[in-house]
Design a protein around this ligand. Sequence first.
Ligand code: NAP
Length: 348
Amino acid sequence: MPRLPVAILGATGAVGQKFVALLAEHPWFEIVQLSASADRVGRRYGDVVRWRETTPLPPELARIVMTEAVPTGAARLAFSALDAAVAREVEPAFARAGALVVSNASAFRMAADVPLLIPEVNADHLALLDTQRRVRGWSGGIIANPNCSTAILITALAPLHRAFGVRRLTVATLQAASGAGYPGVPSLDLLDNVIPWIGGEEEKLAEETRKLLGTLEETVVRAAPITASVMVHRVPVTDGHMVSASVEFQTAPSVDDALQALRAFRGSERVAGLPTSPLPPIEVEMRDDRPQTRLDRDRGMGMAVTVGRVRPCPVGHLRFTALGHNLVRGAAGAAVQNAELLVAAGYA
Ligand code: NAP
């Protein structure tokens, strides 16, 4: 089968580079367009990118000449790693021109007709794409993956929500430097330090949680009635976001019931068969001092979420800690898996 031609928008950034690394050998997708800001246009990718991936940049990709972030017709699918303000203009232009945009940006995540997806959790929400195309008159479309911390939290929370119904949630995050992009937070602000603020992040975690765990009712998603109190922190690690949560449920589970639900969690057969889907999506690690960022972030090629420290909570019913790779499960890997779902579902 010929590979589907794809573009990467924002290819020089932290997420964009992870896209290039993940797609270099992808069985279904072939990179034909790379774009970034105007300064890079007309120059070769290998000459403008400050490559921070640990795998070498393949020479055939290094030779690609950068274009503006505009639809050229070469790509049928566009992976967007653009800042939200840029994405707000660029992504609809691609969708209008007939391309499917798989976005990391927050620009359209909460739009009622845009599927916000974690394939193992809510693949059925992809049906919103039909409404979007009808209402907006686009032959392409936009689908989005969640904010990086939300992706990790919700992968862990979804099986517990399905089994016991989440009512209230208190969450504290410990987020890696690469979550702020490249070059991101100045090293002198972050080394030997913790910063208890990331602009807009607490609101995103709360509202995206309600959409992701919501129920598809014909052409709309009814938000899950979950009250969330979120506290975010930027910490001096390179990659990997940790999320600690206290959860109150409709039906209080025992620790054993919760562990069983976490261990048994799988996406649908279609989702489990996608090249980027980790099996299992959740790895339960109940050693006392795990998960740890450096030791556990690369599990399942960066797509698995590690959950540990599951224990009773005197405030909610249960506490746990979840960890995942922010650039893979939280960004580029999530988008590649979403694009694979588009193909498997016949949209691309
Ligand atoms: P980043 O490192 O700052 O990269 C931004 C990219 O956008 C760069 O390639 C930049 O190109 C390009 N760009 C900037 N202005 C542009 C313009 N006017 N036209 C075309 N391209 C332009 O940011 P990032 O961390 O990769 O994040 C990218 C997006 O993903 C953001 O929306 C972010 O919120 C989201 N996200 C990030 C993470 C994460 O863990 N980092 C996780 C989930 C979602 P130049 O190099 O030429 O400036």
